[in-house]
Write a protein that binds this ligand. Structure first.
Ligand SMILES: C[S@@+](CC[C@H](N)C(=O)[O-])C[C@H]1O[C@@H](n2cnc3c(N)ncnc32)[C@H](O)[C@@H]1O
Length: 210
């Protein structure tokens, strides 16, 4: 597994924020735009789900089932406990590991989400290939904007992690690379949004794409 530095140590704080109704704006936007395009009966693959807010939100709004793949056991345990508490047990499958390595074993999905995940992973194209392997109808992604001040922030953040001997690293992938890859895979941009430092994008599979 590629070294992933997000160990879920802030899972309790993330969960508390969600329960208190303080889910971050980007996550709320991602859930809302997917919901708007129709999720009734959909199978969701939530990659790097953290405490599970995206797939739980979609299940509570009508999606049929979800698979939560996360490289953090702590996040997976927290997500499972919260989904159970909300009566969703049996509708979510939990898989521990790197989705790039697990992709071939995962069930097909109609909707795939990557909320604040591509910024934790060095290999953008491998991640996108894993996400789109079963040709989902929608792929929702949030990630830091590809702008100079975010690149500067990323360098400073990574430097601090090196000094602290932490494996956590931040990656700001090129917007154009993401767009090119998704277009080449048969997707078109169905929503463009976010906040000044963070982009939210929804890709929809083009009719007739192979
Ligand atoms: C910054 S957290 C975001 C969690 C949640 N989506 C949110 O927005 O609150 C990134 C998550 O992605 C997971 N992750 C990163 N790359 C991954 C990969 N290749 N396969 C599976 N999980 C991955 C990490 O383990 C972590 O749980």
């Amino acid at each position: 597994m590629a070294r992933l530095g997000y160990d879920g140590l802030n899972a309790d704080a993330d969960l508390q924020r969600w329960r208190d109704g303080r889910l971050n704006q980007v996550t709320r936007e991602l859930i809302a735009i997917i919901q708007r395009l129709g999720i009734e009966g959909a199978r969701v693959l939530d990659i790097g789900a953290g405490v599970g807010a995206v797939h739980v939100g979609l299940l509570e709004a009508g999606a049929a089932s979800a698979v939560d793949v996360d490289a953090s056991r702590e996040f997976l345990a927290t997500a499972r406990a919260e989904a159970d508490r909300r009566g969703l047990n049996g509708r979510v499958e939990y898989r521990y590991g790197d989705v790039v390595e697990l992709a071939g074993e995962l069930p097909a999905a109609d909707i795939v989400t990557l909320d604040a995940v591509i910024c934790c992973y060095p290999y953008l194209e491998l991640l996108l290939a894993a996400a789109t392997r079963s040709r989902p109808r929608l792929v929702g992604i949030s990630y830091p904007r590809d702008v100079w001040w975010m690149r500067l922030f990323m360098r400073l953040y990574n430097l601090v992690q090196v000094l602290r001997r932490s494996p956590a690293r931040y990656f700001i992938h090129r917007h154009a690379q993401l767009e090119r890859w998704m277009t080449g895979a048969g997707y078109r941009n169905a929503h463009e949004g976010g906040i000044p430092v963070w982009r939210v994008v929804l890709y929809r599979r083009s009719a007739g794409a192979s």
